[in-house]
Ligand binder design. Structure first.
Ligand code: UDP
Ligand code: MG
Length: 347
């Protein structure tokens, strides 16, 4: 990423009334629903009456999602396809899409129709009131278990306590962003991409609109509890170093208690001549401290591992094939404010 291009504030940014819109849509094994998705989305984009492109990212799908996308592209020149060389995960797929999107406004949407495309119209209206980012906040979670809802709620509580970046609760990636917000977001090249946090970190006027999250149109979610747990760890370690400090305070507390206890035992021996307590208390103390130390090491390990993978500085994703849309080709030729950055990214 070229810093000289992207860190400049875009003074006359057209975000108040975007003239073109890019929709970034990551797809991993979405073959069953992708055509319906494209139809519903296209209807909405036609209604908007702006220039548009749909940037599909095929994130190493194992089914025939790519063939379906190629079929769509043959019929509709508004579509771009970024075919990643393998499955890099949704975060990397979105990043690829954001890097190559060329519109004044950029929408991120899931391809499983859980994010209703119709909402984009309301989002753009809201954006015109002067917001750089309009994100969709769900007020009902259809088809999700009680446990999932509970853990999600708990997660947002924890991260809000630990992090100084305000990360809005119950929001996914479904949102529209102005060109300047996207340009700034594209400067964040960290590998552990907790996107909700990155979106919030970038700042600019942001607002929410409420919606009901639908059930998946087809196929299955790629989430399970182990993945969710790791996702939560990602969020916490990316946006807070407080867990590292906990060890110091636990250590301080334990040391103080140990000192007091030692004093107590010594006095008992001197004043009352009681025999020194033996095996059970010793065992408890050793096991307790051993446990605390291992937990602290584990916490350090989590951060260390992340530091390790950041220092390797590998690319965030690898593009196998790229089939640009007409909008994308146009903006390369007319030279809009952001195309230089995109060209650099393409090299
Ligand atoms: N996705 C992706 N790469 C992955 C996993 C998911 O691009 O490795 C896409 C997927 O095709 C969908 C979106 O990310 O468009 C959300 O995925 P999913 O529906 O599994 O997540 P959920 O909606 O359950 O949070
Ligand atoms: Mg989904």
């Amino acid at each position: 990423m070229n810093d000289n291009v992207n860190h400049l504030p875009q003074v006359s940014d057209p975000f108040m009334s975007p003239k073109s819109i890019s929709v970034v849509a990551p797809a991993y094994n979405e073959s069953e629903g992708i055509i319906q998705f494209h139809q519903r989305l296209s209807t909405v984009l036609h209604k908007l009456g702006m220039k548009y492109e749909i940037v599909f990212i095929n994130d190493g799908s194992k089914d025939d999602t790519l063939d379906k996308l190629k079929g769509i592209k043959e019929r509709d020149s508004h579509t771009s396809i970024i075919n990643l060389s393998r499955n890099f995960g949704k975060e990397a797929a979105m990043t690829a899409g954001l890097d190559l999107a060329s519109g004044d406004a950029v929408v991120i949407i899931d391809t499983d129709l859980q994010d209703p495309p119709e909402l984009i119209i309301d989002m753009i209206d809201k954006m015109k009131e002067g917001y750089d980012v309009v994100y969709a906040k769900r007020h009902r979670r259809e088809g999700e278990t009680f446990i999932k809802k509970l853990t999600a709620h708990f997660f947002y509580r924890v991260i809000q306590t630990l992090s100084s970046t305000r990360i809005p609760a119950d929001t996914g990636d479904f949102r529209v962003m102005s060109r300047r917000a996207v340009n700034q977001l594209n400067r964040l090249r960290e590998h552990h991409r907790f996107m909700k946090g990155l979106f919030a970190w970038v700042g600019f006027p942001q607002t929410e609109i409420l919606y009901n999250r639908d059930q998946r149109f087809a196929g299955n979610t790629k989430w399970n509890y182990w993945k969710l747990w790791n996702f939560a760890l990602e969020g916490i370690t990316s946006f807070s170093t407080k867990p590292l400090k906990v060890a110091s305070y636990v250590g301080l507390g334990t040391a103080t208690l140990a000192f007091l206890y030692a004093l107590y035992i010594a006095l008992q021996k001197i004043i009352f001549g009681n025999p020194v307590a033996g095996y059970p208390s010793l065992m408890v103390a050793i096991l307790f401290l051993g446990g605390v130390q291992l937990i602290a090491l584990g916490v350090i390990g989590e951060y260390l591992a992340r530091t390790f993978s950041e220092t390797k500085n590998r690319p965030l994703y690898i593009v196998g094939d790229y089939f640009p849309s007409t909008l994308s080709n146009e903006s390369i030729h007319t030279g809009t404010s952001h195309h230089e950055a995109r060209e650099i990214e393409l090299k």
